[in-house]
Design a protein around this ligand. Structure first.
Ligand code: ATP
Ligand code: MG
Ligand code: MG
Length: 553
């Protein structure tokens, strides 16, 4: 289908195609480091990388930038693949930066031979101290001009296990006075001896730094458009510099940067998420409060909801933070048109229809989705004793209270109009039963049901309803932008009330058949889905979002 307007990345890609660059070939990649689960920020990158390939007859590959064995694991590789496919995308090939370790090693060796790289024996702290600042040139390392032969020999020893971790690094010899800090003799290799790599085991002990591996991996694969987030803009000249030293053909990947996604009341960093998981501050990577894709999935977000959100936020060159209520709004829009309407009473109180025949049960028909006729209907039992929400009854109600109060009529959704007659209270004044009389002429579908009453409430029967656990989620953090509070540990900023569990919820019996991750609208309350913890004996629901929309358009 035709697009309304192109974003700046699509515009650049179309220009390249028009100019015949790379013979019109389009190749992108999504390059995660397998050191954590994907989050909603990654979804923004995925939609762009895979979207460009899809829209311009290209291919998008999945490349794992696995250059740091200390933090990487196959668990992450597997989850990343699952989440990308869940979003509806399929890669062309799966590549690993580790597949290029030999090629990168050979290039590094070549750079040493040409006097463009050297082994530095200073500590990381010393090297950092010599970096200078953007306005103050750095200091050259005393090892900068050591003989090529010496560097070559030490580089080999860095990889053979003869040199301890941290004792030496390989640095590119670029320019210690460059205004671009990344040119000040960046580190190309470091030693890691005691962590097996998830694919190469203990074969390598010298590992390429991300900045040495990333740009070249793009180059080796033939990536035409290397799309990434803005923080890599300042790295781009270094990626180009490396390729310029090593190659003399015309082909170059074109890097295009866009703004990272940040969302209020959460963090968007794998490192911080890992900490929350490891310290038990959330239940796991897929805790429904987490901004991870598996967390959002468990929470009831669908791929369509994520795509709806990503389309709304767009791609620009400006950093900012997106209001979480826009994410919730995006889910609501999708769930409104797809979620089956059901009845669930979160805080039940008994309603007794005093004139309804004892022991009788009838069946009423419930519309599955008023937004979509094709969704059909389902049946629910109706009888004398019902549960309704405690706050749908008030003994002394204000004028505009259109629910149950003595003398007032209300419609029981899909069933009858009833007139409230009173209630029973315990010694503390707490309401234990509400009473009403039903009007047999007003059964839904009968002529009498068209009578005007101001309120409609939901209900379930006492006898047939099923008990359920409901998990209500709120924002994970108590402050709008936890990343900005530099003087505080982000863990102190967690919202202590981000999870509230209700154990006495009554849902209609039809929900016994619900499967994990099924989406529902609990009428008048919000969107809920079935948690994977749920069993037919022990139903568990998560609140995806409430019905009330706080997004100001
Ligand atoms: P984190 O900081 O959460 O660890 P990362 O950038 O280190 O994330 P990578 O695995 O390197 O994670 O990311 C893979 C791709 O996803 C990169 O191209 C990166 O630019 C992109 N990406 C990561 N975070 C975001 C975000 N918040 N918004 C948009 N794109 C992102
Ligand atoms: Mg990264
Ligand atoms: Mg990172």
């Amino acid at each position: 289908q035709p697009k309304k307007s192109l974003n700046f990345i699509e515009t650049l890609v179309e220009e390249d195609i028009r100019d015949g660059k790379n013979g019109g070939r389009i190749q992108t990649r999504f390059p995660p480091e397998p050191n954590g689960y994907l989050h909603i920020g990654h979804a923004k990158a995925i939609c762009m990388d895979f979207g460009i390939a899809r829209d311009y007859n290209g291919v998008c590959n999945l490349r794992f930038d696995d250059t740091n064995p200390v933090k990487e694991d196959v668990e992450y590789v597997d989850s990343i693949m699952e989440d990308i496919q869940w979003l509806g995308y399929q890669w062309g090939n799966v590549y690993y930066a580790s597949d290029y370790f030999q090629q990168l090693w050979d290039f590094a060796t070549d750079l040493i031979k040409r006097g463009l790289a050297y082994v530095d024996e200073q500590s990381a702290e010393e090297i950092a101290k010599q970096k200078g600042s953007p306005t103050v040139p750095g200091t050259e390392s005393p090892y900068r001009n050591r003989p090529v032969e010496e560097s070559l020999e030490l580089f080999n020893k860095m990889n053979s296990g003869e040199i301890a971790e941290g004792a030496m690094v390989l640095r590119a010899k670029v320019d210690m006075a460059s205004p671009n800090m990344h040119f000040r003799d960046p580190i190309m290799y470091r030693i890691i001896t005691d962590h097996p790599h998830h694919r190469t085991g203990y074969t390598w002990k010298a590992y390429p730094m991300y900045d040495f591996a990333h740009g070249q991996s793009d180059y080796f694969e033939g990536v035409t458009h290397s799309i990434c987030t803005l923080e890599f803009e300042v790295h781009r000249p270094l990626y180009d510099w490396f390729i310029d030293q090593l190659k003399n053909d015309d082909y170059r990947p074109r890097q295009i940067e866009f703004n990272r996604l940040n969302i209020t009341y959460t963090v968007m960093s794998k490192r911080k998420m890992l900490q929350l998981v490891q310290e038990g501050l959330v239940r796991g990577w897929d805790d429904p409060r987490m901004p991870t894709l598996c967390g959002l999935r468990r929470r009831g977000y669908t791929p369509e909801a994520i795509h709806n959100f990503i389309e709304k936020i767009g791609y620009t060159k400006y950093e900012g933070i997106i209001d979480v209520s826009l994410l919730e709004h995006s889910a609501r829009e999708i769930l409104n048109s797809t979620a089956t309407r059901v009845s669930a009473v979160l805080d039940p109180v008994k309603l007794i229809l005093t004139n309804y025949p004892e022991g009788q049960t009838e069946t009423v028909t419930m519309v599955n989705n008023p937004e979509d006729e094709n969704e059909g209907t389902h049946e629910a039992p109706f009888s004398k004793e019902l549960y309704v929400e405690r706050d749908d009854f008030m003994e002394d109600a204000p004028k505009k209270y259109f629910r149950m109060t003595p003398g007032q009529e209300v419609r029981l959704k899909g069933a009858y109009i009833v007139k409230c007659t009173g209630c029973k209270k315990d010694a503390d004044g707490k309401v234990t039963e509400v009473y009403a009389e039903y009007d047999p002429e007003t059964r839904s579908g009968l002529e009498g049901s068209s009578r005007k009453v101001k309120g409609t409430i939901h209900w379930v029967t006492v006898a047939d309803s099923v008990s359920a656990e409901v998990r209500l989620y709120d924002r994970l953090f108590a402050v709008e932008n936890p990343a900005e509070e530099k003087d505080k540990d982000f863990r102190e900023l967690l919202n202590p009330d981000s999870l509230k569990v209700l154990n006495n919820v009554k849902v209609e019996p039809w929900l016994k058949n619900a499967k994990a991750l099924d989406n529902f609208q609990f009428q008048r309350i919000g969107y809920f889905n079935v948690d994977p913890d749920s069993t037919p004996e022990n139903l568990v629901f998560n609140r995806t979002v409430s019905l009330k929309d706080s997004w100001a358009k």
